[in-house]
Design a protein around this ligand. Structure first.
Ligand code: CMC
Length: 428
């Protein structure tokens, strides 16, 4: 293939260089288009064909169902690594050796104290506030307690801000949940692993010793790894674009949390479980809901199905489905919701509407079932997604700043009124 793309606009022809990624993805570099063409731009709502950056963090091939972080397959990472190792690899470029991992963990632990005044902010929220709203606000509030921007030319400052947020974020997550349950806002223990510590902070009751259940710990580790990064999705692009104005890391993350909250993105895991519950309450008639999902006059969508990029299968969903079965079996839980999920999946996989549109179960179709088995309340599901996605957001923000990317500022095609005469208020 030639390394030039040719574009004909009217009688004029322009040439643009092609960029090739390490996995042979090809992009037309239109950086100079507007300048050379006298103002022509491209338009691509939802950015379905638009690359916003070059990135060396995550590779995904939606046609083949491939997902890799820093070159490692998601299957290998979910099976063999733990969440902190994966976080390190995403943020710093490769899996750590023992010494690097220990140092990373020690630095995170020594930065995990959250200012006591943050508790006053939590106190001011109503108990029924959605924990995603609380988490986004608290992450933003951290700016007030910590330096708001980071000197990206200082490796030390970058590292400090990363370990600071890796330490404090799980505390905020646990506190957001404990607030809804009226439990005291606690701390974990420095002697525990990163994920074990999260569990202790979330689940420990004030009047009993907390014991880590290894089945739940392994499942949580896996879920966090599967959610850790997913290249330029809605929340990650938000983090990068907010950061591109040189807003600080915590402010950028707070914006990413808000983007993740929506039911078409991270909020889908909560929406899936609510949908499965509703189907159960309604007598378990999956066919009725399949028909609703296909009816164009009905806004209902089969939550947990479909993906902007995966048009074959979502490799994370394959891993999670097996994990959901294992966790429920190991914990001896029989959940009728799982049967409804399996039934819906089978019907959708054999239904022409879903097959034709390449709609397969995504990562969130089964994750809520595991979270529920772990005793995590449904409003916390998207918060758990955010906890997993934290290292991915950090890595993407860091890469964006290190690459000195320009401020994100899309163009538009204006479709409003042409110049009009101003009328005095009495004459309108
Ligand atoms: N149920 C029924 N129809 C669907 C669904 C669904 N879940 N998803 C897509 N479609 C149809 C859609 O109506 C359209 O049909 P037509 O071509 O006849 O107009 C076609 O499939 C293409 O859909 P689209 O909305 O143009 O596709 P998209 O790439 O813009 O949207 C999506 C991707 C994930 C937003 C969408 O599939 C969806 O809303 N799924 C349900 C929400 C969900 O599970 N989101 C979690 C995504 S995975 C977690 C994450 O990383 O965020």
């Amino acid at each position: 293939m030639s390394d030039i793309a040719k574009l004909q606009i009217g009688d004029e022809s322009y040439e643009f260089p092609l960029i090739k990624g390490t996995e042979n993805e090809v992009a037309i570099n239109i950086k100079t288009l507007r300048g050379v063409s006298g103002g022509v731009i491209t338009i691509d709502p939802g950015y379905k064909n638009t690359g916003s950056c070059e990135s060396a963090i995550t590779f995904l091939d939606g046609e083949k169902g491939i997902l890799r972080y820093r070159g490692y397959s998601i299957e290998d990472l979910a099976e063999k690594a733990d969440f902190l190792e994966v976080a390190y690899a995403l943020i710093f470029g490769d899996l750590p050796n023992k010494e690097q991992l220990d140092k990373f963990h020690d630095d995170i632990k020594s930065n995990s104290i959250v200012d006591e005044d943050v508790k006053k902010i939590i106190d001011a929220f109503p108990k029924n506030a959605h924990p995603m709203g609380v988490l986004s606000s608290l992450t933003s509030a951290l700016v007030a307690f910590n330096p708001s921007s980071v000197n990206v030319d200082s490796e030390e400052e970058m590292y400090n801000s990363i370990v600071r947020i890796m330490g404090k974020f799980p505390v905020l997550v646990a506190w957001a949940m404990r607030k809804t349950q009226g439990l005291p806002l606690n701390y974990g223990s420095k002697s525990l692993g990163y994920v074990e510590n999260i569990m202790k902070m979330m689940f420990e009751k004030p009047n009993e010793e907390y014991e880590i259940n290894p089945i739940i710990k392994d499942a949580l580790d896996k879920l966090l790894i599967l959610h850790a990064d997913h290249e330029q999705n809605c929340s990650t692009s938000t983090v990068r674009i907010v950061g591109s104005s040189h807003a600080g890391l915590f402010a950028s993350l707070s914006a990413g949390i808000s983007a993740l909250w929506g039911p078409l993105h991270g909020g889908a895991n909560q929406a899936v479980l609510e949908m499965l519950e509703a189907i159960k309450e309604d007598g378990g008639d999956t066919k009725k809901y399949m028909a609703k999902a296909k009816d164009k006059s009905d806004p209902f969508r089969l939550m947990g199905f479909g993906h902007r990029v995966y048009k074959n299968f979502d490799p994370r969903a394959t891993i999670i489905k097996v994990a959901a079965n294992e966790v429920l079996n190991d914990l001896g839980i029989e959940d009728p919701i799982l049967d409804i999920a399996r039934g819906l999946e089978q019907e959708a996989l054999n239904d022409e509407y879903f097959v034709k549109r390449k709609l397969y179960p995504n990562v969130d179709f089964y994750s809520g079932i595991i979270y529920r088995a772990m005793g995590i309340p449904v409003e916390m599901f998207t918060v758990m997604f955010a906890l997993g996605r934290l290292p991915g957001w950090i890595a993407q923000w860091k890469e964006m700043r290190e690459n000195k990317e320009p401020i994100g500022r899309p163009r538009q095609v204006y479709t409003g009124e042409n110049l009009k005469e101003f009328k005095d208020i009495n004459k309108r």
